[in-house]
Ligand binder design. Structure first.
Ligand SMILES: NC(=O)c1ccc[n+]([C@@H]2O[C@H](COP(=O)([O-])OP(=O)(O)OC[C@H]3O[C@@H](n4cnc5c(N)ncnc54)[C@H](OP(=O)(O)O)[C@@H]3O)[C@@H](O)[C@H]2O)c1
Length: 369
């Protein structure tokens, strides 16, 4: 189905829209205060009619700003038939990964749920199976915190499957205290980027054997706060600050995706690399403290909505390699998916090549394309 998701507004248009919306709100508040302050006989017409008119006049631009600029209407019902296709979703036992696995299975795919906890994965798979999906869900252990587990997953997958249509690099952690992976990497950089780098490299031969295969990597709006410190990618020399470290790992997801697409294109391979982000979705990622639960309730979109950009990138015939997909609403926090833009730094070819080389060196993986 042709979607209406490929339009993107320039930063100038976005700023203009936001300014117009705020001006409208200001006008509304000023008029309301003025009308409320005057005697009824001094008002030209009924105060109530004025107020209703102003209220309605504000709703239009506000709804437009909040719900999406071009009204992307793409939903999970638009995911094409996945019968006969094989997908791997990392971190499929909760949040966006669970929703992504559910939809792909419901549309007929065989979905390998790549999770670190067998117990949690069993529970999640049982929930999907209870929906009687047309496809299958299969559990395989993957702990991105340990490159030996990544290699074991790759070997087990390649022994069992001879095709891989979609790899969704979804698993992630956000702002934990300083920690180290089994190989000594800072955990966010290690799990969110390096583990997925090694996983994608290991699965590349089978992806290349599958016509039209895709690699979707889940980034975040937080990539905009990230800076690449190539002298200290693993936070050994500088004071560890969780949010910038998360930002660096999510910026790495984008640098990796764009470089992967460049290399695939240069080698003439029939594999696409795409990136997605969910905006702000209510999942377990933010910790579950009282404050984050309340903020999620008030502002975040449901996790099923958050999975739509990943699903769009993974399955839409209109999605293109090297593109980034996210929600179409205000500040890309929520809404149906469309193509979005990413920071200037994420498009740096030089940084992407440096990160690729550093990732190969740190993981000991020779990423051949
Ligand atoms: N939710 C949002 O608003 C938001 C915004 C921007 C970006 N994102 C991105 O979206 C992705 C999914 O996050 P989510 O919101 O769905 O959070 P979530 O519900 O916490 O899910 C994260 C998943 O990653 C798995 N995981 C964590 N460490 C792992 C490891 N070492 N090996 C294998 N799997 C591991 C978790 O497994 P366990 O259950 O075993 O911990 C869980 O299944 C992440 O990449 C995140 O950065 C989310």
């Amino acid at each position: 189905m042709k979607s209406k998701t490929t339009t993107d507004l320039s930063p100038l248009h976005k700023t203009a829209l936001l300014t117009a919306g705020l001006a409208q709100l200001g006008l509304f508040a000023a008029a309301w205060a003025d009308l409320s302050g005057r005697r009824p006989e001094a008002v030209n017409g009924s105060k109530t009619a004025w107020r209703a008119g102003l209220f309605v006049n504000t709703l239009g631009p506000l709804a437009y700003l909040l719900t999406g600029r071009r009204g992307s209407t793409w939903t999970e019902a638009d995911v094409p038939d996945q019968t006969g296709r094989v997908a791997v979703v990392t971190g499929a036992n909760s949040g966006l990964g669970l929703e992504t696995a559910r939809v792909l299975a419901q549309r007929g795919a065989t979905v390998v749920m790549a999770c670190r906890s067998a117990q949690k994965a069993e529970k999640a798979a049982a929930a999907i199976r209870a929906l009687k999906p047309r496809g299958q869900v299969v559990l395989m252990t993957l702990d991105l915190n340990d490159l030996e587990s990544v290699q074991a997953f790759v070997a087990a997958f390649r022994a069992k499957y001879d095709r891989l249509d979609v790899l969704v690099n979804n698993a992630g952690i956000m702002v934990p205290p300083l920690g180290r992976t089994a190989q000594g990497f800072e955990t966010q950089f290690g799990v969110n980027h390096l583990g997925h780098f090694a996983l994608t490299a290991g699965l590349m031969p089978v992806l290349q054997r599958t016509p039209g295969a895709r690699v979707v990597t889940v980034s975040s709006i937080a990539h905009r706060f990230g800076r690449m410190d190539f002298g200290d990618l693993n936070w050994r020399a500088r004071r560890y600050v969780p949010m910038p470290a998360y930002g660096q790992s999510k910026l790495s997801n984008l640098l990796f995706t764009y470089e992967l697409q460049r290399r695939l294109s240069a080698a003439g391979k029939d594999v696409l690399a795409l990136a997605a982000h969910p905006g702000w979705a209510s999942t377990g990622l933010q910790g579950g403290s009282g404050g984050s639960t309340l903020a999620n309730r008030l502002f975040a979109q449901p996790q099923a909505m958050g999975a739509l950009p990943s699903l769009y990138a993974a399955t839409s015939p209109d999605a293109v390699g090297g593109a980034y997909y996210g929600p179409s609403g205000l500040l890309e926090l929520g809404g149906n998916p469309e193509r979005v833009s990413s920071s200037e730094q994420s498009h740096s070819g030089q940084d992407a090549r440096r990160l690729w080389a550093a990732s190969e060196e740190l993981t000991g993986v020779d990423f051949e394309i």
